[in-house]
Design a protein around this ligand. Structure first.
Ligand code: 5GP
Ligand code: ZN
Length: 106
């Protein structure tokens, strides 16, 4: 998606503070953090939002949630953290490339 800021981050056209990358997903620190730790996990596949999800995405979304916990623990959040997925205009979504927020204070 040529106009998508997160696709541009995936393509390395826009820099990010990278945490994790593999063939399916990318994790990076939010540019405007709302907590001591605030990072985003995104699929490399351009999916606009949760509204576009179907059965084909089950494995990918499961992978993202397991990774969210792994990276949260690696960032000192063993006492707990928040995950947030804003979905669609009425869900407060601003960047229309599906992403999971992980937020926490140490
Ligand atoms: P949304 O409201 O769509 O769930 O959240 C989008 C998030 O992406 C916001 O927390 C915002 O700070 C973050 N964000 C937007 N543009 C960029 C960017 O270019 N780089 C990074 N690292 N984060 C971004
Ligand atoms: Zn995208």
């Amino acid at each position: 998606m040529s106009n998508c800021i997160f696709c541009k981050i995936i393509a390395k056209e826009i820099p990010c503070n990278l945490i994790y990358e593999d063939q399916d997903v990318l994790a990076f620190h939010d540019i405007n953090p709302h907590a001591e730790v605030h990072f985003l996990i995104i699929p490399k596949l351009h999916i606009e939002s949760m509204l576009q999800l179907n059965e084909q995405h089950q494995e990918l979304m499961g992978k993202i949630m397991v990774l969210a916990n792994k990276l949260a623990l690696e960032h000192g959040l063993a006492k707990g953290y928040k995950t947030q997925i804003n979905t669609g205009k009425n869900g407060g979504q601003e960047v229309f490339h599906l992403h999971v927020h992980v937020l926490g204070n140490k």
